[in-house]
Design a protein around this ligand. Structure first.
Ligand code: PBG
Length: 324
C-alpha cells in the first residue's frame, strides 16, 4: 500500500459501522402506498401481473389503509375503478363515484393520521382510456380536459382529500386545479403534481390493475423517455403554477431526472416506483433469480439516494413493517 495508507474499507468492517455511516435511509414516513378500489365487487380481486396487489372493495381498502398507517407509512394514494365508463369520464366527478366514495371512507377512517391523496386523471373513467376528453378528430383536447380536472379536483376536495394529484400531463393542469380549489375555498388542499411523467412501458401491469380501456398510447401528452431537459421545463411550470410537491415517474429509469429536479426545486420531490418496476422484481424473485427483500430495499434506497424525498411504492406497508 502507498502512503498515506488510505483504507475506505475501514468504514465497512462491521454492521454497526456500516449502519453508522449509511447516507440514505428508507424511512416508513417517506413512503406512499398506492391502492386500487373497484366498484361493484364483494371480494378483493388479485392483480395477476402484480403479485400481492389487489383491487380492493371499499371495506378491504379501509383495512389496508389502517394497516399502512399503523406500520408508519407516510401517505396513501387512491385509484378508483368504476363499473361504467363513458367518453367524458363522468364517474370521476360524481360525488358518489367510486374514487370520491373511497376518499370519504378512507379520510373518515384514518383522519389526520395520514395524508390521503387521489389520482386526478380521468383515464380510469373514460371508455377510450385516455387521460383527457377527445376532440372530434380523436385527439386529446387539452383545454376541454382542464375543465374536467377542475371539476374533479372540487369533487375530491369535497370528499376530504388532503392532496390532489394531477397525473394527466395536460398543459396548465396544475394552475387550473389550484385556481379551482382556491375559488371554492379549498385553500388547504394541496397539489402533488406528476410533473415529469414519461410515456413508459413500465405502466403495463397498472393498466391491468385499473382495467384500462386504452388502445394506442399516450405519447402526445406524456414525455418522451429520451428527454430530461424537457422534464426540467415541465417541473418549473408546475412549481410556478402552484404545485406543493412534484413527482418523477417512473423512478428507476429516470434517476438522473430525479437528481436534476431535486437540485433545481425548493419543494419536496417524489418518485413513483411504478407497477412494471414492482412486477420485474416480484417475477425475478418468484423464479429464485434475485433475493426479494434485498432487491426491494436496494431499489427504494437507490430512488432515495438519487434525491427523492418521497417514494410511491406498492411495497410500502411491507417495507415499513420491516418485512415482518
Ligand atoms: C394515470 C396513471 C398511470 C399510472 C398512475 N397514474 C398509468 C398511465 O399513465 O398510463 C401508472 C402507475 C404504475 O404503473 O404503477 N392515471
Amino acid at each position: 500500500m502507498g502512503f498515506p495508507d488510505i483504507r475506505p474499507r475501514r468504514l465497512r468492517t462491521t454492521p454497526a459501522m456500516r449502519r453508522l455511516v449509511a447516507e440514505t435511509e428508507v424511512a416508513p414516513r417517506s413512503l406512499i402506498l398506492p391502492l386500487f378500489v373497484r366498484e361493484g365487487i364483494t371480494e378483493p380481486v388479485p392483480v395477476t401481473s402484480m403479485p400481492g396487489v389487489v383491487q380492493h372493495t371499499l371495506d378491504t381498502l379501509r383495512k389496508a389503509c389502517v394497516e399502512a398507517v399503523e406500520a408508519g407509512v407516510g401517505g396513501l394514494m387512491l385509484y378508483g375503478i368504476p363499473r361504467a365508463k363513458d367518453a367524458n369520464g363522468s364517474g370521476a366527478t360524481d360525488p358518489d363515484g367510486i374514487l370520491n366514495a373511497a376518499i370519504r371512507e378512507v379520510v373518515s377512517e384514518v383522519g389526520e393520521a395520514s395524508v390521503v391523496m387521489a389520482d386526478l386523471c380521468i383515464d380510469e373513467f373514460t371508455d377510450h382510456g385516455h387521460c383527457g376528453v377527445l376532440a372530434a378528430d380523436g385527439s386529446v383536447d387539452n383545454d376541454a380536459t382542464l375543465e374536467r380536472y377542475a371539476e374533479m379536483a372540487l369533487a375530491q376536495a369535497e370528499a376530504g382529500v388532503d392532496l390532489v394529484s394531477p397525473s394527466g400531463m395536460m398543459d396548465g393542469q396544475v394552475g387550473v386545479v389550484r385556481r379551482a380549489l382556491d375559488g371554492a375555498g379549498h385553500t388547504n388542499v394541496g397539489v402533488l403534481a406528476y410533473s415529469a411523467k414519461y410515456a413508459s412501458a413500465f405502466y403495463g401491469p397498472f393498466r391491468e390493475a385499473v382495467d384500462s380501456s386504452l388502445k394506442g398510447d399516450r405519447k402526445t401528452y406524456q414525455q418522451d423517455p429520451a428527454n430530461a431537459t424537457e422534464a426540467m421545463r415541465e417541473t418549473a411550470l408546475d412549481v410556478a403554477e402552484g404545485a406543493d410537491l412534484v413527482m418523477v415517474k417512473p423512478a428507476l429509469g429516470y434517476l438522473d431526472v430525479v437528481r436534476r429536479i431535486k437540485d433545481a426545486v425548493d419543494v419536496p420531490v417524489a418518485a413513483y416506483n411504478v407497477s412494471g418496476e414492482y412486477a420485474m422484481v416480484e417475477a425475478a424473485a418468484a423464479n429464485g433469480w434475485i433475493e426479494r427483500e434485498r432487491a426491494i430495499l436496494e431499489v427504494l434506497t437507490s430512488i432515495r439516494r438519487a434525491g427523492a424525498d418521497i417514494v410511491l411504492t406498492y411495497w410500502a406497508t411491507e417495507v415499513a413493517r420491516g418485512f415482518r
